[in-house]
Design a protein around this ligand. Structure first.
Ligand code: MG
Length: 328
């Protein structure tokens, strides 16, 4: 198949659905006209062997490529609207393409997302998606807007994707039901409808690098600290079964495991029920924002928890907390 035919094959399945998509594919650039709204724009690249394992099904590659970008928009309280896709593939395989598109379409869920442009190149498999979303002016959830006294809450469950990555070392045909569930959470992450948080939450981030690392971005940008209850982190049945009684493994996976693409948000405690109802998914309080910088971890009984027990989390607020302890 020649490239032009391949592109026509791809784009022929993607008729625009939005009235504000004025011109999608077929020109030098797309034209979108969203009126008085603000636009959020994000780009993420997924490379085979780095961001998804070699041999990952095309459906899952398409699913994850779209989901991780929608998740970044959700973290800004933006509703995904348009995407462009730059696809680098070793060969032009229409079946692979169909599966890729089906996965991306499935990841969009009920959102009205139009593919409005892209590029195809020959090479090692990688996907770059640029996603544009709309958010009412003044209602985006910025990392720098957390306030002392805010509740910290997370959607869904944490630690599943990191556990799923461990399960991939096993023979995939021999996976247990729980292991298959964890692998599915890695390959087909749920992005949350963060647009529902516009005007409700103060700050938000999506959990791509691990809860503590990503929450750390909010704390640094807002110049605040947080007190987090490690045993309040929401736990899936699959992960509970997989770790059994190994509390250390559970805490480490939930606090530092990446790729869950849940939202971690801060909001006034009085807004919690409104946020929970608007999101349409589980939302769990895990702690609070405090004025003193640094991160304080505790166990469920309130006992302080030494973050060193979690190993490296890839950020330095623990060092800041240590320094504060020594100077006080
Ligand atoms: Mg992000």
């Amino acid at each position: 198949m020649r490239e032009l035919a391949f592109v026509r094959h791809l784009t022929g399945q993607l008729t625009p659905t939005r009235a504000d998509t004025r011109l999608a594919l077929g020109d030098d650039a797309a034209i979108i006209q969203p009126g008085n709204q603000a636009l959020a724009v994000t780009t993420d690249t997924l490379i085979e062997g780095r961001h998804f394992p070699h041999g990952t099904a095309a459906f899952d590659v398409g699913y994850k490529a779209l989901a991780v970008n929608c998740s970044d928009l959700a973290a800004m309280a933006a509703e995904p609207a348009w995407v462009t896709v730059a696809l680098t593939v070793p060969t032009l395989d229409s079946h692979w393409c169909d599966e890729f598109v089906a996965g991306a379409r499935a990841a969009g869920g009920g959102a009205a997302v139009d593919l409005i442009g892209g590029d195809t190149t020959r090479g090692a498999l990688s996907v770059t998606v640029t996603a544009v979303g709309t958010v009412d002016a003044g209602c985006a959830t910025y990392r720098h807007a957390a306030c002392a006294g805010d509740m910290v809450a997370v959607t869904g469950t944490l630690g599943d994707a990191a556990a799923g990555l461990s399960c991939l070392d096993a023979d995939t045909r021999a996976l247990t039901h729980d292991q298959a569930e964890l692998v599915s959470r890695l390959n087909r992450p749920s992005w949350r409808r963060g647009a529902a948080l516009a005007g409700v939450a103060n700050a938000a981030v999506d959990v791509s690098d691990g809860l503590l690392a990503d929450l750390g971005h909010i704390l640094a940008a807002s110049d605040v600290g947080a007190r987090i209850d490690l045993d309040a982190l929401p736990l899936s049945m699959a992960l509970a079964n997989w770790v059994g009684g190994d509390i250390d493994a559970r805490r480490r996976l939930q606090a530092t495991g990446g790729d869950d693409y849940e939202l971690c948000l801060t909001l006034p405690p009085a807004c919690f029920e409104q946020a929970q109802a608007a999101l349409g998914c589980a939302l769990t309080p895990i702690g609070e924002i405090v004025a003193d910088t640094g991160l304080q971890l505790c166990a469920g009984d309130g006992t302080p928890f030494d973050p060193a027990a979690l190993g490296s989390v890839g950020w330095d607020h623990f060092a800041a907390a240590d320094a504060a302890d020594k100077s006080s």
